[in-house]
Design a protein around this ligand. Structure first.
Ligand code: FAD
Ligand code: NAD
Length: 474
């Protein structure tokens, strides 16, 4: 007889492992299948995020920022540093150790919560059966579940003009593995990955050129914030070429990237090229056609508000379904679905999912942009405050950027908060909570903020919505 479970989760990225642990906590017999294999040839939990995404990219962003500061940021503090040397293999090794620690941590959590880890490929069959193909054995097993959660994540989009070989033309995964600093680095796509990986290698000494197809820089970001960020990144040495359509790449001694922009045909010579033009849902060999599982026109598994698919008892969460491709969005969906399966109420506040781009300065936002308020015809007021006028930012010598709050003109309810500046990733949490509780700009303005902190910039921006800021003209 087939081994049976209350829940089988396919995929152990942030979405899947959160779902699995919460299901087990709720007393459900749970197995989690994942096929990821780490560089040491061993199965590893944690999916894209822990292995080749959020965590390793942040490890390199932090290391490269230390190097950059040691070279450029300490003189003003009266700290003279001698000959600063770079050891890229050690930097990469540190990143690998962090990944190992985090993925091992998930394995321990599985053990502690009695989630059964099945290393291999999972495929949904009809009647909530799952075919499991173990990594290290040829034989397949058929498992039975009351509920199945698909959490198979996403993969980089490949474009014909620059096929990824993970050697000279790499995805984000390859860009986390360079063992020396490329003299000239091209990046196709000036989105989140392009800016983060471009920043890492630029700080370490690469000449980085980003080729972006759109005419607008960071189109999803509030226009005022994106403009500010573009100015700063350009000053830092990132060359951002907008309206650039890559037509062909040619591999010779150097890599030639041919593209067209409004000035005509152009060529860029680089040593390495990162392709970061977005990601697609990962549904390869995930379900048998007999299941009748519906996907949408872009390949995402079709789900409703509670991540239920069209097949009873089958749910899908994380990057493989609609919504932003963010780890924390998938985590929350995982917890919601586990609660729903256990008969409890479950909910995700999709309107208050924060975004962060971990450049320096960081960019973080939640809710509506000014352009989206305009196009939806929503009456709004804005308040802004620059870090240059915040005592803590001045003391830190980290004064670039601003906070911008958008509130409803009539009700004063906060509609969006946008930050470009130091520690924006941490500052945005206050805005998320405020919006989750339907706060007004006045609520934020009347909340006591410690002095001197960067969060005072949020406070002052809230005061400025009603033209009552203290440390700026109103
Ligand atoms: P994934 O993490 O992709 O995990 C899916 C897992 O399922 C994988 O292990 C895969 O091997 C496995 N799998 C797939 N199909 C099968 C199958 N049929 N059988 C068995 N196993 C299968 N997001 C943030 O919020 N913050 C960040 O800072 C951030 N940085 C990023 C940096 C980079 C370079 C990249 C690439 C992404 C980053 N992201 C970040 C996005 C984040 O990684 C994803 O949103 C997140 O990993 C999605 O989680 P998931 O659980 O849906 O899928
Ligand atoms: P993205 O959507 O952020 O950016 C892709 C960029 O490539 C866009 O600006 C797009 O206009 C451009 N583009 C598309 N096709 C192009 C082409 N042919 N030529 C030139 N430019 C082209 O996607 P990404 O940077 O690949 O990242 C994928 C996803 O991973 C992100 O959307 C995000 O959900 C997630 N991610 C999140 C973080 C984070 O939260 N800090 C970090 C990395 C990745």
């Amino acid at each position: 007889m087939a081994e049976s479970y209350d829940v089988i989760v396919i995929g152990a990225g942030p979405a899947g492992y959160h779902a699995a642990i919460r299901c087990a906590q709720l007393g459900l017999k749970t197995a989690c299948i994942d096929e990821f294999v780490g560089p040491d040839g061993e199965a590893a939990l944690g999916g894209t995020c822990l292995n080749v995404g959020c965590i390793p990219s942040k490890a390199l962003l932090d290391s490269s920022e230390h190097y950059h500061k040691a070279n450029h940021g300490l003189d003003a503090h009266g700290i003279k540093v001698g000959d600063v040397k770079l050891d890229v293999p050690t930097m990469i090794e540190r990143k690998n150790k962090i990944v190992k620690q985090m993925t091992g941590g998930v394995a321990q959590l599985f053990k502690a919560n009695k989630v059964e880890w099945l290393a291999g490929h999972g495929k949904l069959l009809s009647d909530r059966q799952v075919e499991f193909s173990p990594l290290k054995k040829k034989s397949k097993q058929t498992l039975q579940a009351e509920n199945v959660i698909l959490a198979t994540g996403s993969k980089p989009i490949d474009i014909g003009a620059a096929p990824i070989d993970e050697d000279r033309i790499v995805s984000s995964t390859g860009a986390l593995e360079f063992t020396e600093v490329p003299k000239r680095l091209g990046v196709i796509g000036a989105g989140v990955i392009g800016l983060e990986m471009g920043s890492v290698w630029s700080r370490l000494g690469s000449n980085v050129v980003l080729l972006e197809a759109q005419d607008t820089f960071l189109a999803p970001v509030d226009g005022q914030i994106a403009k500010e960020a573009q100015k700063v990144f350009t000053q830092q040495g990132l060359e951002i070429r907008l309206g650039a359509r890559v037509t062909e790449t040619r591999k010779g001694k150097q890599l030639s990237v041919h593209y067209e922009d409004k000035e005509g045909k152009q060529t860029l010579q680089v040593d390495k090229l990162v392709v970061a033009v977005g990601r697609r849902p990962h549904t390869d060999n995930l379900f048998h056609e007999d299941t009748g599982l519906l996907t949408d026109e872009r390949g995402f598994v079709h789900v409703g508000d509670h991540c239920e698919t069209n097949v009873p008892g089958v749910y899908a969460i994380g990057d493989v379904v609609r919504g932003p491709m963010l780890a924390h969005k998938g985590m929350e969906e995982g917890l919601m679905v586990a609660d729903v399966i256990a008969g409890k109420p479950g909910h995700v506040s999709y309107d208050t999912i924060p975004w962060v781009i971990y450049t320096h300065p960081e960019i973080a936002w939640v809710g509506r942009t000014e352009q989206s308020c305009k196009s939806a015809g929503i009456p709004y007021a804005t308040g802004t405050f620059r870090f240059a006028a915040a005592g803590r930012a001045v003391a830190m010598d980290d004064t670039v950027g601003m906070v911008k709050i958008i509130a409803h003109k009539e009700t004063d309810r906060i509609l969006g908060v946008h930050i470009v500046g130091p520690q924006a990733s941490e500052l945005i949490a206050e805005a998320v909570l405020a919006m989750e509780y339907a706060a007004s700009a006045e609520d934020l303005a009347r909340t006591v903020h410690a002095h001197p902190t960067l969060s005072e910039a949020v406070h002052e921006a809230a005061l400025h919505v009603h033209r009552q800021a203290i440390h700026r003209g109103n």
